[in-house]
Design a protein around this ligand. Structure first.
Ligand code: SF4
Length: 159
């Protein structure tokens, strides 16, 4: 799970992104959750300048066909790739089969991310970590899909 969803102040702006629901805390109490902030795991500080994926989406960054850059043009792709690998390592070490990640983040977003112009415009695509987890068979949901995530969890428990 994205660490910022559990109240950890690891976002680029030094804030958290805990949703107004106790379902995540319940899953933590039940021992179901491992958490990570891929950007911090990749070596970036808190706070840090915002970054967006330019020239594609997370899957393109993984393929070396797009970059993650800050507004000043500095390339932080390496840190995002390192963080994504760290998240995959943690997931695989813990037998994780599903992930709940923060919507629209260039690391954690799924289905929709910002378009790389720093103008709040969105485009289809996944963040770098979300794309890597999905490539390895982990079902990814955002914090805006908690109902669907709970349904998927129930399905996994019957397998
Ligand atoms: Fe949250 Fe993911 Fe951004 Fe870290 S990288 S602050 S976990 S959305």
């Amino acid at each position: 799970m994205s660490a910022c969803l559990l109240g950890e102040r690891v976002r680029y702006d030094g804030r958290d992104a805990a949703p107004a629901t106790d379902v995540l805390a319940r899953w933590v109490r039940e021992g179901r959750v491992v958490s990570i902030c891929p950007e911090v795991a990749g070596g970036l500080p808190v706070p840090r300048p915002a970054a967006e994926i330019q020239g594609g989406s997370g899957v393109d960054v993984l393929a070396g066909k797009a970059t993650v850059a800050r507004k000043d043009g500095s390339d932080v792709s390496a840190q995002f790739l390192s963080g994504a690998q760290a998240a995959l390592d943690v997931a695989q070490a813990n037998g994780v089969r599903m992930a709940i990640l923060k919507a629209r983040s260039p690391s954690c977003g799924k289905g929709e991310i910002h378009d790389g112009t720093f103008s709040k415009v969105r485009k289809p695509g996944d963040g770098v970590t979300a794309a890597l987890l999905a490539q390895h068979g982990i079902a990814v949901f955002t914090d805006e899909e908690l109902e669907r995530a709970a349904e998927h969890l129930a399905t996994l428990e019957t397998i």
